[in-house]
Design a protein around this ligand. Structure first.
Ligand code: GAP
Length: 454
């Protein structure tokens, strides 16, 4: 069983400003959440860690930031219009709508009645009108995955970067799904973010790369603080595979509500590039790609050895940002008994994910000299580029430590009377996890923290 309950996390998120229900003051929009002052920092830090690992630390991946509004044809020919649906059931007694595959023992999830309608497919894509005339014919979709734009922009990226397989295109962005039953806080929502990589390889090398990416992605999640034993690899059964997939591994995590999918790693074969190419050819919208007059393939790569065009296969690690935030918070949330009988709540996040890296606390908020030194230290530390440094002048050091333990700040620097009275000036640094304090010269602080956040 997970150590952390969903109630503990939801309460911390609201109390400290990580995550709020959307339109809270009107009773909330179901399945939609807003990230507050600390949530936006944590989420950005997680996305930056992914971007860094995918693009900066490698030499074979390019980035993309494509539009959310998606032309209908793209999602028609990708297969989403016809197949991107969940089975929907209604309870005839209490009128609750639910996903048929979530029903247990044939009973309504709300009232327990067995009087349910037959399951029928419900398409999960949001439609929206484009332009001033709303007659139902000018619509686009809010993308249900970021991946499709990577496929439709494949030729532009290849032409502008001269990439050869194996290489990837990575993207982080919002996706939208009209989930029948959003639930479990930010786990299943209607508006969420994905971090997706489409890694293009030669057909025949796809299975090797599929294994490679499974291992890479497990390693990355472990580097974000998840315990290896809390990550499960689930091989999706053939009959449950998505319409485009030859094989999929789900990386599942032990969330507070149980073991569920955190990231999918699919072998999408040449399904998408192949389908978009076929449609381009059939519709004859554009002339042949490149100079190869024999090739009918548009979204293709040229094989220098075989001297021919081919559609690459694609391996797709696709992770949910929101599920990632939930997972790292679940793992980090700790309640520790203190000698005085109190309980200390600590968010033991990896330092690079912490919303605030260092809190600088003046012991007395009305002592001008102490506050001025604290402000000067904050400004100096900010210049090191370690991330958010906060001046915490609430005036109560004990409360400030409690708050920063709860939001996962790895270090608190306290400026006291000794700091302004003695030369050289010194301050205390308190470590979040050990609660140990050490005194250090102010002139050494920047170097000290640069080493902690490499
Ligand atoms: N392009 C492939 C794709 O979208 P998916 O398994 O449907 O595959 C990938 O989604 C990831 O996106 C999931 O592993 C999950 O982390 C996240 N995700 C999907 N639906 C979600 C939802 N309704 N709420 C939050 N995250 C979701």
């Amino acid at each position: 069983m997970p150590a952390t309950s969903m109630e503990q996390l939801v309460s911390l998120c609201k109390r400290r400003g990580f995550i709020f229900q959307s339109a809270d003051i009107y009773g909330g929009l179901q399945g939609v959440y807003d990230y507050g002052p600390l949530g936006v920092e944590l989420k950005n830090n997680l996305k930056n860690a992914w971007w860094r690992a995918m693009i900066y630390e490698r030499d074979d991946v390019e980035g993309l930031d494509a539009s959310i509004l998606t032309l209908r044809q793209v999602l028609k020919y990708s297969g989403h219009e016809s197949t991107f649906s969940d089975p929907l059931c209604d309870c005839r007694k209490c009128k609750t709508r639910m996903r048929a595959d979530h029903i247990k023992d044939g009973k309504c999830m709300n009232c327990g009645s067995t009087d349910l309608t037959e399951p029928r497919p419900f398409n999960l894509m949001f439609k929206t009108n484009v332009g001033p005339i709303d007659d139902g014919s000018n619509y686009a979709y809010l993308r249900p995955e970021t991946a499709q734009a990577i496929f439709t922009q494949f030729k532009n990226v290849v032409d502008s970067t001269s990439r050869k397989a194996p290489f990837g295109i990575a993207q982080i962005g919002k996706s939208f799904r009209n989930e029948i039953t959003p639930r479990n806080f930010i786990f299943r929502v209607r508006e969420f973010e994905q971090m997706e990589l489409e890694f293009f390889v030669k057909p025949g090398e796809d299975e090797k790369w599929h294994e490679y990416w499974k291992e890479q992605r497990i390693d990355w999640w472990v580097r974000q603080g998840l315990k290896r034993e809390n990550i499960h690899v689930h091989t999706i059964a053939k009959e449950d595979l998505a319409h485009y997939s030859k094989a999929t591994y789900d990386l599942e995590y032990l969330f507070p509500h149980g073991i569920e999918e955190l990231e999918g790693i699919a072998n999408r074969q040449d399904y998408d590039l192949g389908n978009h190419t076929k449609q381009q050819n059939e519709l004859d919208l554009i002339a042949h790609v490149h100079e190869n007059k024999d090739s009918t393939a548009k979204l293709a790569l040229f094989d220098d050895e075989e001297k021919k065009w081919y559609a690459p296969f694609v391996i797709e690690p696709s992770a949910g940002v929101d599920r990632g935030v939930l997972a790292v918070m679940t793992e980090a949330y700790t309640e520790e008994p203190l000698p005085n009988g109190d309980t200390r709540i600590v968010l033991k996040l990896k330092k690079h994910l912490s919303p605030v890296k260092v809190a600088v606390i003046p012991l007395k908020r009305n002592n001008e000299q102490i506050v001025a030194l604290a402000r000067q230290i904050k400004d100096e530390l900010l210049k090191t580029g370690i991330g958010r440094v906060m001046l915490e002048d609430s005036g109560n050091v004990g409360k400030a430590y409690r708050r920063h333990d709860e939001i996962g700040t790895p270090y608190c620097v306290t400026v006291d009377f000794e700091s302004i009275e003695q030369t050289p000036a010194t301050v205390t640094i308190r470590d979040r996890d050990t609660m140990q304090q050490e005194r250090i010269e102010v002139s050494q602080l920047a170097d000290y923290f640069k080493k902690q956040f490499v």
